[in-house]
Design a protein around this ligand. Structure first.
Ligand code: HAM
Length: 410
């Protein structure tokens, strides 16, 4: 038997309903906030992710599904959505238009990580990217949008926020941090030692407990922001306070992707184990320029769909559509044109085998149908169908012509 690859999953039955419910709910909210659907290829040039997510990030350094295609091109299955959407934004020359552009997307992402609960090699994100708005009100609005999505799905969360500064304040902070880290170098783990050289900010979110205890006295970026970043961050937290959205300022929240500046945030859940991040995002004002576009401020987020799958409170499934069955083989034949007609307006399940009444009623229940429509010998003779509303329990015989053309079932 051939199984799916390690860290990859089929989405069947109940799970696919949850998946669709999440995507539909998030789509409804994103549309209310003015977002339009965008789809970009799963396969992109590897250079795209190296330049955007960053060569020193774990994603690019260790986790990419990267290979040479038959034409000798260095390509990669997207590990995240933002880079491709920025590339599409620049490819379509949208960076030259004065309009603000907002996109939502969902689809599979690929990271060659060690699989565990909540961590897959193929997983799905729902994300939004907003281009052209530098105001911190947009960062706040994006956070309220995620809150609306999680509220609509019945998911509780904790919100962590931080500021990652900008080219004015980050370089000085990085120097101070490197000086601090170099002093304690011997006590830090090997990963952190490597990161001091390649990406010192990432040392801050090392999961090693010894490293974390040594970092409590490290310089904090939040206390060393330039005037603009400081004022934006204070405005963001003031807006969150005013909207009664509780949050924690996490000075070690650096995110695993290199393109962020200013606002960075993560939504976490305490109910799903160690892989607790259910959404993450922030501002990336320089990425469009990095990918050869005109400088364009941008902010966005992505939700990990699999991580929230079991947290979602699904609405009760209602009886829906029509179950059609016949008691004789001749009547089975009569069902098909009827079913075809009704399928123009409703979901229809047809039983191909002639069966007894009780057996059909069981079938209607199994199909969770709202209406049962049965044809037997008598009905066939009289040109009628027997019909029952399985919710109100009302039942009657209806002339075939009337049933086909005049009755409006949901
Ligand atoms: P990210 O934090 O790398 O951000 O991923 C977003 C979410 O995807 C995570 O919070 C998590 O729920 C889910 N996720 C990540 N890796 C896995 C995995 N291996 N298995 C299951 N779920 C996973 C980004 O990808 C950014 N592009 C978000 C963004 C959009 N920032 C700005 N715009």
């Amino acid at each position: 038997m051939i199984n799916p690859l390690r860290g990859m999953k089929d989405l069947t039955f109940e799970e696919s309903q949850r998946f669709n419910f999440i995507v539909n709910t998030a789509t409804t909210v994103a549309k209310r906030y003015g977002y339009n659907y965008i789809e970009t290829p799963i396969l992109e040039e590897t250079a795209l992710f190296k330049r955007s997510v960053g060569e020193s990030s774990d994603i690019v350094g260790k986790e990419m599904y990267q290979f040479e295609d038959k034409g000798g091109n260095d390509v990669c299955m997207r590990p995240e959505g933002t880079a491709g959407i920025v590339r599409a934004f620049v490819s379509a020359k949208l960076d030259r238009q004065p309009m603000k552009q907002k996109f939502y997307y969902y689809g599979p992402m690929f990271r060659y990580e060690r699989p565990q609960k909540g961590r897959l090699r193929e997983f799905h994100q729902f994300g939004c990217e907003s281009f052209g708005e530098a105001s911190v009100y947009e960062d706040f609005t994006i956070i309220t949008m995620i809150k609306q999505i999680f509220d609509a799905l019945g998911i509780g969360f904790e919100l962590l926020v931080n500021s990652l500064g900008c080219p004015t304040c980050m370089p000085t902070y990085r120097e101070n941090l490197v000086a601090y880290l170099t002093n304690i170098k011997e006590e830090l783990c090997s990963d952190c030692n490597r990161r001091i050289e390649t990406n010192p900010i990432r040392v801050l979110d090392c999961k090693n407990e010894t490293c974390q205890s040594l970092l409590t006295a490290s310089p904090k970026l939040i206390e060393n922001l330039c005037e603009e970043c400081d004022s934006d961050f204070k405005k963001l937290t003031a807006l969150l306070d005013k909207a009664d959205i509780s949050y924690t300022v996490d000075t070690n929240l650096v995110r695993g992707l290199d393109y962020y500046s200013k606002t960075a945030f993560e939504f976490v859940s305490s109910e799903i184990g160690s892989q607790s991040a259910i959404a993450g995002g922030g501002r990336y004002d320089r990425l469009v320029e990095f990918l050869d576009g005109k400088p364009t401020p941008a902010v966005g987020f992505a939700i990990g769909i699999e991580r929230i799958m079991e947290l979602v409170k699904m609405p009760e499934t209602k009886r829906e559509g029509i179950y059609m069955g016949a008691m004789t083989q001749e009547a089975v034949e009569a069902l098909f044109p009827l079913a075809e007609q009704k399928r123009k307006e409703s979901k229809v399940t047809v039983e191909y085998n002639s069966k007894g009444f009780k057996s059909h009623m069981k079938g209607a229940d199994k199909a969770n149908a709202r209406y049962a429509v049965l044809i037997g010998e008598d009905e066939l003779k009289e040109g009628t169908v027997w019909f029952k509303d399985l919710e109100s329990k009302e039942e009657k015989s209806v002339l075939l012509g009337e049933f086909t053309f005049k009755m409006h079932l949901p």
